[in-house]
Ligand binder design. Sequence first.
Ligand code: LCS
Length: 393
Amino acid sequence: MYNFDKIIDRENTNAMNTDGYMDYLFAGQDIEISHKKEDLVRMWVADMDFEIAPEILDAIRERLDHGILGYSKIFDPDYYKVVHAWTKRRYGWTFKREHLVSSPGVIPALYELLEYLVKADEKVLILTPSYAFFKHAVDYNHLELVKSDLIAVEGRYEIDFEDVKTKLEDPKVTMAIFCNPHNPTGRVWTEEELRQFGDLCFDNNVTLISDEIHSDLLRKEFQHIPMDKLYPDEKRLITCFAPSKTFNMAGMAISNVVIKDPEIRKIWDARHLTFENPLSVAGAKAAYEKGQDWLDGLIDYLDGNFEFLKDFLDERLPETNFKISEATYLAWVNIAPYVNEDNLTKFFAEKAGVLLEGGNMFVDNSDGYIRLNLAVPRSVLEKGLNRIYDAVK
Ligand code: LCS
């Protein structure tokens, strides 16, 4: 019913994916890409080359047809109802209506929350490798970043709880940003791991922001557990999630933040000055209400792409010892046995005409890895992999 094989030309749509890579991947670098722009295989920024669910497009069209696009916020009580029905059905997680606020994005929310909640001489803990914007949010607020390296045990990443404990015991560490499921390693943390991490935060009076933006993109055999489900009464826990990754609507700039502490919500309400795009509200609501079938199709397709990648690597580049990500559409591949380069992003852009994100893009503890965005039609994936193989063989 939904066609994930369809190639859609994204040129001239103001897409980061087609037009933003020079600034994002190569700012300040001397780079010569011999492939023409339109001939690059793009497997970098985390959005998808798939058309979104027709149900979402219809809802946006219907809202557009009303003809007035004035200042908007989410007043419609049905928005909470559909989001809540989604989290309840899919992860058995409930939260109160008054705890839900919205933000144009999870990253803008992180920047704001750090600004509101962390004092000038305090520190913020993240796990590395990390989505770079966690670090950027800390840097932007002139705070000190504390990193704890994940440990790869036969290709599966684990939290170094001893190290996390030592770091959280520093009284200056007052905030942790946690990614569940984890970008870029694709880990879906187990209940045991979540409890261990959560307990360490709260025992040390550390506020925890749980970024769960990838929570709907799990391989079929995995189940997402929201951190908040384990700590329903813990006010020092804030959860961020969104329809953007799940339904490929990042450009609509709408995301959900669950803030249980009324004092924090008061600050948020007083200082969070953006309105909502009425088209985004209509699209997000339709996504949660009517997007399940499309998502099921997407998950099937992504599972197939991961299998395809695994078969390719096992056969052609077996020393990568590739493990399929438990979640996300992002594959985390140890390419170090085949190529020795500091900047793998640049190497593969120049040598292969493939835009991907090398370890240099993920803060720390990521040398020798490349992250491949598999949310592309299979024919594009195949082309990209052949080019990667040719560049390193
Ligand atoms: N949090 C995580 C863990 C993400 O992976 C992303 C997007 C965001 C937040 C962004 O949320 P937004 O502000 O759009 O709501 N990740 C991307 C990535 O890895 N490459 O491109 C985007």
